[in-house]
Ligand binder design. Sequence first.
Ligand code: DGL
Length: 265
Amino acid sequence: MNRRAIGIFDSGLGGLTILKTLCKVLPREKYIYFGDTANTPYGSKSKQAVTRFSLAIARFLESQQVKLIVVACNTASALALTELQKQISVPVIGVIKPGAVKALQTTRNGKVAIIATEATTQSKAYPKELLRLHKNLTITQQACPLFVPLIEEGWIHPQAGEHIIADYLRSVQESGADTIILGCTHYPVIKNKIANCLGPKVCLVDSAEVLAEEVQALLANSHQLNTKGRGTLKIYASDDPLRFKRLAKNILGRPLKQVYLKKLN
Ligand code: DGL
């Protein structure tokens, strides 16, 4: 069982920010990553649609004999995690709780803001989780629907889109939050742009580190940690794998040998 891979998925490139941290913390594990490029972005889709895509991917990963599935997508975690946990035979973990835990460890003034997709903000998944963990918090949410399409297009020019970022982040700045949750796994790709806009007094947090610790603990407790193996990575995309391969290099910081095409049923 411990030689089996960890399955991980997102609507596209964003989950690679989680994968990168997982590979650092658990370098001996095998990973199978699925980017649902045919259906991205998830953030503007309905709960039914996101649940359908997520179940199809999780079933594919299950067929690859994975020992655990990481939903490296806030939108799918917010809308589909419960259904995945009901229907999938291996443990399925999402990114909302780890992001909320990290924010609580970070905030000093009890004011936390979340920037995320429209679907994630509408679900209120972060406010619910934060308030479950801690009663006295002031919480602000802001949807940033243009960020994901821009990142999927390879938005790398340093100055490009500064006004879009400033516009989205105005309410967050006005809220006085000292901690901002990057509530979409795509956003760490533009973390520097967001940090430049918000200034040095604000801390940006994401789910990656706490999630990696959670995965490590879960595998260790069930004696499934791969302690001897050589880390491997296999990536699937549901559309245009060559494009995915080209853009993924910028996020992972290393070229990929191959990205395989896998269309969802
Ligand atoms: N990276 C995903 C998230 O964390 C998906 C964004 C999208 O496809 O809209 O929400």
